[in-house]
Ligand binder design. Structure first.
Ligand SMILES: [Zn+2]
Length: 370
C-alpha cells in the first residue's frame, strides 16, 4: 500500500489547526480548494452557505477516471464543535490529541485527511480508478445543514462513503434511525407565590407530571426517547407561567417512531388537560431512517476493500444521524465508515496514527477495487 504516513499526519495536523465552525468554514474551504486544485481535480463550491448565512458552501471536487467503473463519492464534514478554536495538536506515543484546552477535531479532520491522502496515493501509484467525487460539507454539527442543501442533481455518484464515525476501522454503518424533535410549551398562570398561590397554575408542575408519565430512554432495540432540556419560571416568588420541554425520539422503524411521538404528545396533552391549560407543540423531522442491504455494491465494495487489507468488516447500525442519513433520503445510497477516533466532542478527543493510516488505506483500497 502506498500511503505516506508522514504526509498524512502532517495533513491532519494542518487541518485541525484551521479554525472551522459551522457557518464559519471559509478558511477550511479555501484550504481544501487549494489542495484539491493542486492535485489536478475539478473543484467547485455550492451555495449551501446561504441557507445558514454561513461563510462557505460545500466543496465538491471531481477526479475523472475510467467510465466502466462506478462513480464513487467520499464525504467528510469541514466543521467541528466547540471548544475547537486554536487547536494545538500533540503527538504522544503514536496518538494525536489536543493540549487539553480544546477538542482535537479528528471528527472530522481524520476523514478529510484520509480522503486527501488516498487521492495522493492513487495518483502517485497511478492506480486505475473510476470517477471520484469528493464532497466536504459545511455545518454537519447541529443540523446536517450542508448535506441538506446539497443538490442531488449536481452529484454524479452511484453511491457514497461518509467518513465520520467513532466506530472501529472496518465498521460499515448501513442502518440509522429516523429522528424527530418535539418541543412542548406548557402554559400555567402567574401569581405571587407567597401572597396568592391559589390564583396561579404552576406550568413547571404540569410539565413535570407529563414527563413523569413518559416512557423514556432505550425503549427497545431500535427505539430511544429523551427529554433533554427544561426551561421555565423566572423567580422563586412567582408561580411559573411558562415551561418549555425539549425532547427527541429516534427509531429505525418509522411506525415505532410515530407511536412513541404520539405517546409523548398524548401524555403532555393529558397533563395540560388535567389543569385546563394551554399546550403548544412543535414537531420537527430531523432526518429519516435508512437501511442499505448487505448485497448492495456500496457494502460489497467496502467489504472487499477491508478483506484485501486484512481488516475485519463489521456491518452494523447506529443510533445517530449523519450526513449519510440526508443523502440516503435523496436517493444516494450511502454508508458511514468507522474512523476509530476516541472521545469526540470532548477535550479528551484523540486518534491513533495507526488508525489514520488504516482509514487512508481503506479509502485507497475502495478506489482500487471498484
Ligand atoms: Zn462528525
Amino acid at each position: 500500500m502506498q500511503i505516506n504516513q508522514e504526509r498524512l499526519v502532517n495533513e491532519f495536523l494542518s487541518l485541525v489547526q484551521i479554525d472551522s465552525f459551522a457557518g464559519e468554514e471559509r478558511e477550511m474551504a479555501d484550504y481544501l480548494r487549494r489542495q484539491l486544485t493542486k492535485l489536478g481535480l475539478d473543484v467547485t463550491e455550492d451555495n449551501a452557505g446561504k441557507t445558514i448565512d454561513g461563510s462557505a458552501g460545500n466543496v465538491i471536487a471531481r477526479m475523472q477516471g475510467e467510465s466502466d467503473k462506478p462513480t464513487i463519492m467520499f464525504c467528510a464534514h469541514m466543521d467541528r464543535v466547540a471548544p475547537g478554536k486554536g487547536i494545538k495538536p500533540i503527538i504522544e506515543n503514536g496518538t494525536i490529541k489536543s493540549d487539553g484546552t480544546t477538542i482535537l477535531g479528528a471528527d472530522d479532520a481524520a476523514g478529510i485527511a484520509a480522503i486527501l491522502e488516498a487521492v495522493r496515493a492513487v495518483k502517485e501509484a497511478k492506480i486505475p480508478h473510476g470517477n471520484l467525487e469528493l464532497v466536504f460539507t459545511i455545518a454537519e454539527e447541529g443540523g446536517l445543514f450542508g448535506a441538506k442543501a446539497l443538490d442531488r442533481k449536481q452529484l454524479e455518484a452511484d453511491f457514497a462513503y461518509f467518513l465520520d464515525s467513532n466506530d472501529q476501522v472496518g465498521a460499515i454503518i448501513n442502518r440509522a434511525p429516523s429522528h424527530q424533535n418535539l418541543v412542548f410549551t406548557f402554559y400555567g398562570k402567574a401569581a405571587h407565590a407567597g401572597v396568592s398561590p391559589e390564583l396561579g397554575i404552576n406550568a413547571i408542575k404540569i410539565a413535570a407530571e407529563a414527563i413523569a408519565s413518559m416512557n423514556l430512554g432505550r425503549l427497545d432495540h431500535e427505539t430511544t426517547a429523551n427529554v433533554g432540556v427544561i426551561q421555565g419560571g423566572v423567580a422563586t416568588n412567582i408561580v411559573p407561567e411558562v415551561c418549555t420541554v425539549k425532547c427527541e425520539v429516534r427509531s429505525l422503524d418509522p411506525d415505532k417512531l410515530k407511536a412513541q411521538t404520539e405517546h409523548m404528545i398524548t401524555t403532555a396533552r393529558t397533563s395540560a388537560g388535567k389543569y385546563g391549560t394551554k399546550l403548544d407543540l412543535q414537531l420537527t423531522d430531523c432526518y429519516s431512517a435508512f437501511t442499505i442491504p448487505e448485497s448492495h455494491p456500496v457494502i460489497e465494495l467496502a467489504v472487499k476493500a477491508c478483506k484485501a487489507l486484512g481488516i475485519t468488516p463489521q456491518i452494523k447500525g447506529t443510533g445517530g444521524g449523519s450526513d449519510a442519513s440526508i443523502l440516503n433520503s435523496k436517493n444516494l445510497p450511502s454508508v458511514v465508515l468507522g474512523l476509530n477516533y476516541k472521545d469526540a466532542h470532548s477535550t479528551r478527543e484523540s486518534v491513533a496514527i495507526a488508525d489514520l493510516v488504516k482509514v487512508a488505506e481503506l479509502v485507497t483500497a475502495i478506489i482500487e477495487h471498484a
